[in-house]
Design a protein. Structure first.
Length: 286
């Protein structure tokens, strides 16, 4: 009996050893399926996109209607400063940050809350590969989402403003940069949400932390002091504001942000979030 059991164990071990490991494209396919298996994800993408675009369109329609009453000072600043602000309003930016960051966080926290993460790591012990695949899928989806939302917002709002001959074209200096920055803000915030989700692993705490850092902290800082401006310019929302800014209607700040520095912020946050996620998942017990 013991001999038979030993033989069975040996055969089972040999079979497992002979089985090929999960290929990275298989992990990508699995993460793609898991992302879209939740009905709420599709609703979150659709509703948030409509809200963001509607906010921007509302701003453009208001300026279109109010244009005859604007004085010469406002008209002088409208192109390109105010026209670009209609395409990418602060309110729409905040909705995008909250929506994409929340979705990114839930892709990680959701698996921990349901216990599915244990099944995932049991099937694929290489935790780092799983996290990288998950981030790759979310990044790709968010890049498409951000591009659609930013492109639609710019195209529709400028078409509305063109009725008053105050719309911008995509080849206007700085316009393509603003559209790209708005599109890339989606994957940047989603990856930050994923990093916090992997570190905290609790839905409410993750969302509160994300909201506090990316949405509320910029309101507590200003660019009138060196230390405050350094922290402010290092935040994604402030970097986005600099990248979409057209001109400087209120004069130069004592410590202004730079275009190159803002792009560095865009690269640093998702990179740091990816490192945090990989380290947290490898070291934390399930």
């Amino acid at each position: 009996m013991t001999s038979t059991t030993t033989q069975q164990t040996g055969v089972s071990t040999a079979v497992r050893a002979a089985e090929p490991g999960a290929r990275f494209r298989d992990l990508l396919a699995a993460e793609w399926i898991k992302l879209w298996s939740l009905r709420s994800i599709s609703w979150a993408f659709g509703v948030s996109a409509l809200v963001i675009i509607a906010i921007n369109i509302s701003a453009a329609v208001a300026d279109y209607n109010n244009w005859p009453a604007y004085n010469e000072g406002i008209r002088a600043l409208f192109v390109p400063i105010w026209a670009m602000r209609d395409a990418f309003t602060i309110g729409a930016c905040m909705v995008l940050i909250l929506a994409t960051g929340s979705i990114g966080a839930l892709t990680v926290v959701g698996e921990y809350s349901t216990g599915q993460i244990r099944t995932t790591f049991a099937a694929v012990p290489a935790r780092r590969s799983v996290v990288v695949a998950k981030m790759a899928v979310v990044t790709a989806v968010m890049l498409v989402y951000g591009t659609v939302v930013a492109g639609t917002s710019f195209g529709v709002t400028q078409a509305i403003l063109s009725g008053r001959d105050i719309g911008l074209s995509l080849d206007y200096p700085g316009a393509l940069r603003a559209v790209a920055a708005s599109a890339l803000l989606a994957p940047v915030c989603a990856l930050v949400g994923m990093g916090l989700g992997a570190l905290i692993r609790h839905t409410a705490a993750t969302l509160v932390t994300f909201t506090g850092i990316l949405l509320l902290l910029p309101f507590l800082l200003n660019d009138r002091h060196r230390w405050s401006s350094a922290i402010l310019h290092a935040l994604p929302r402030s970097a986005w504001e600099r990248l979409v800014q057209m001109g400087d209607p209120f004069g130069s700040a004592p410590y202004p942000a730079t275009i190159s520095g803002s792009w560095i912020v865009y690269a640093a946050w998702p990179l740091a979030a990816a490192v945090v996620a990989v380290v947290a998942v490898r070291r934390h017990d399930l």
